[in-house]
Design a protein around this ligand. Structure first.
Ligand SMILES: *[C@@H]1O[C@H](CO)[C@@H](O)[C@H](O)[C@H]1NC(C)=O
Ligand SMILES: *[C@@H]1O[C@H](CO)[C@@H](O)[C@H](O)[C@H]1NC(C)=O
Length: 343
């Protein structure tokens, strides 16, 4: 009997069962609100890096706030509840970079009844065939910030430390610093860094049994559906006189990359393009992708390109003028995609 009471208490009190209310991450009253929100689900989770990118969505007439629970605050994040084109959504802002993006996405999926995640924002561009203002949807994302940094004197034939344990690998490839000396015949003490796949622990596998993944695929169905976005009309001008060089477009592309690095460097941008065939370069998408991959939740990312990362295009000096337009276009594509999902 006592056992059943305990189970019952566990179900009712959830995470707070064993700790004092004051110490708990999720107080009982909040748990009740989460439960109430979840009864209105399932939701599409809309995950966005910062306010600059989120505000045009919140201000859009397409977003209708839930009256009973406009938002719930959990662990320093605000989960905004509402509908977008009749699709139930929870919108959450992560903050900058991979750790914030991963934590926030995990919180979203752990707390709420979410059937899919759509991530959007702006990004640097590594693809010279596309222009500022274009909105891209990659098929794969990788985290390109996990490295094994090789000691000076060793090369591609040398085994990496802990490689034999399966911790690190030479499968993905490397960046050789001396390739970026002005005189490439001179060695560079920074030697090589080797890109590493992420260790992942997908649900419904034995806990603590790691797998590895570098290229995380987006959801097949979502990606197929996103084809309908190509040809969509996007905003070209910020006012009557200041316009982009050409009308921006939506393009599905092969690959995007993310890392805790703001890339404003032409040499590295060119490397990311030639080595990884990357188009958008950002600081969050791969983290959101990795969490959704492990939680087995459909995922897609929509990123509007700001200027070529590291400069080089004719309008690079005007990139900041067009950043709000890029954010607006990302929001327009997101809304259209959510609409497609509900139809
Ligand atoms: C790079 O090398 C070229 C050719 O050797 C030389 O003309 C140029 O001044 C060098 N640039 C720098 C920054 O050292
Ligand atoms: C349009 O925007 C640009 C850039 O902000 C500004 O320099 C220009 O004066 C604006 N033109 C009009 C007609 O408002």
């Amino acid at each position: 009997m006592r056992f059943f009471l305990m189970i019952f208490a566990w179900l009712v009190l959830g995470l707070c069962f064993l700790v004092n209310k004051g110490e708990c991450l999720i107080p009982k009253s909040l748990l009740k609100d989460i439960h109430s929100v979840n009864k209105g689900g399932p939701y599409i989770g809309v995950v966005v890096p910062n306010g600059f990118e989120m505000n045009p969505l919140l201000q859009s007439s397409s977003f209708v706030v839930n009256r009973k629970h406009p938002y719930l605050d959990i662990s320093g994040r605000r989960f905004r509840v509402g509908t977008l084109k009749n699709q139930r959504v929870i919108i959450v802002m992560t903050g900058l970079s991979m750790l914030n993006a991963g934590i926030t996405t995990q919180l979203l999926l752990s707390m709420f009844n979410v059937k899919g995640v759509v991530h959007y924002g702006i990004a640097g561009n590594a693809n010279v065939e596309l222009e500022i203002g274009d909105v891209v949807i990659p098929k794969f994302w990788a985290h390109t910030g996990l490295w094994s940094w090789q000691r000076y004197g060793q090369g591609p034939e040398s085994e990496l430390p802990l490689e034999s344990n399966g911790d690190y690998t030479r499968n993905v490839g490397y960046l050789k610093f001396s390739d970026y000396n002005n005189d490439t015949s001179i060695d560079n003490l920074l030697n090589n860094v080797w890109y590493q796949p992420e260790e992942v622990f997908p649900i419904r596998t034995t806990p603590e049994t790691r797998q590895h993944v570098f290229w995380v695929p987006v959801d097949k169905h979502y990606f197929k559906l996103s084809k309908k976005l190509e040809g969509m009309e996007l905003e070209e001008c910020i006012n009557a006189t200041t316009c982009l060089p050409r009308t921006p477009k939506v393009a599905r592309v092969e690959r995007g990359v993310s890392a805790n690095m703001f890339i404003d460097n032409e040499a590295y941008r060119t490397f990311l393009s030639s080595k990884f065939n990357a188009t958008p370069i950002d600081m969050e998408s791969a983290a959101v992708a990795l969490i959704c991959y492990q939680q087995n939740i459909p995922f897609l990312a929509i990123r509007a390109l700001s200027d070529l990362a590291g400069g080089g295009s004719a309008i690079s000096n005007e990139a900041s003028i067009f950043a709000p337009l890029a954010a607006q276009n990302a929001v327009a594509v997101l809304i259209k995609f959510v609409q497609l999902l509900s139809s």
